[in-house]
Write a protein that binds this ligand. Sequence first.
Ligand SMILES: [Zn+2]
Length: 426
Amino acid sequence: MTKTPLFIFLLISFHTGVAQGINSIINQKEVARIEKTLSADDMEGRKAFTKGIDKASAFISAEFKKAGLLRWKNASGYLQPFTVLKIKPVSASGDIDGQPIDEKSIAVFSALSELTISNTGGYEKMYISAGDVFVDKAYKYLGAQKNTIVFVDTSFSKIFARFKGHVEQQFKTPRSVVFILTEMNPKEYKIQYKQEIVSSKFTNNVVGMLPGKSRKDEYVIFSAHYDHLGIGAPNEQKDSIYNGANDDASGVTAVIMLSKYFSKIKNNERTILFVAFTAEEVGGYGSQFFTKNIDPAKVMAMFNIEMIGTESKWGTNSVYMSGYEKTDMGKILEKNLARTQFKIHPDPYPEMQLFYRSDNATLARSGVPAHSISTSKMDAEKYYHTLDDEIETLDLKNMTEIIKAIGLSSKSIIAGKDTPTRVKEE
Ligand SMILES: [Zn+2]
């Protein structure tokens, strides 16, 4: 792989005024300190719902505090806590236009132990019809702010069974969403549902805010997930901790460094939110909870940073962006980087559906130009989800350059001069 010669970096610094500041604020020594702390053995692999991840959460909070970030939504700190419930369905039955409905055709997303849903009130009626993209619509309704009943066409019976299994792990939220697999367009219905709450676990995102100078109600988000896989089975050759140095301590390091950078230069017209998500590896719960607590219409752009510690398939000074073709955000970032050697490529692994597999997905489904930025060679990333994903395998110099480039690429969006197009609802 060719390394970019030093003179090019000098040239970049010379041409862009901001770049001078950025080199001293986003420096490799600080990147290494943060990355090392997050991927250290004493974080125990940062698995959601463990003590190890609480340590990581406390560290990220302390860094946000040092950066001078404000709390978001008058929270008592940077932590955004929520509960994940483990549910065991007990019974489901009902009638639709006089005909009994099978238990298998009812999927319920709710924190309540007992529900009665009928056409006489309280639930908004929605449909997933033949030919719709089931996953997109189902998750959209799952994120609804109101109690909702969704009638799903029977052409989705196969995927419905899997979906039903998935919705059994849930958040504690005040509203319920009920999915019914049926051939009818029902007028009258009554469904009864009971479930048992087996256990509940607390976890939290970490959120810091830098208020915009003028457009306070327009958000730009930099995010990454701070959870990883925890501790594996005892291993004779090496320690059994999944350090997740690349996945995704590298992204969290970027978020922290960018928070320091933007709070130093203090020229953001739009409000910037810096978010470390929990529980990505076990189902994306952190980002789903975050999405439910923000108005998507106010989010102008989201930079979700996933695994930037290794060289991309094109070598150094380059990344790819998932869902590149879905908005014009990539073009805006490229324009802001035009004077540099840095390249942002479309996602080279479209068959892997990366756009819908990370923490950007829930906001993207609500129309937000929300993309993941990564260097991970998904077909050849040797240490991905292995015990060897350790700091020694990362290229910290390149990673530092990537973090700077992400910062510079967002310049006109932060300044309120450019607004990326929205993701079209499917
Ligand atoms: Zn990840």
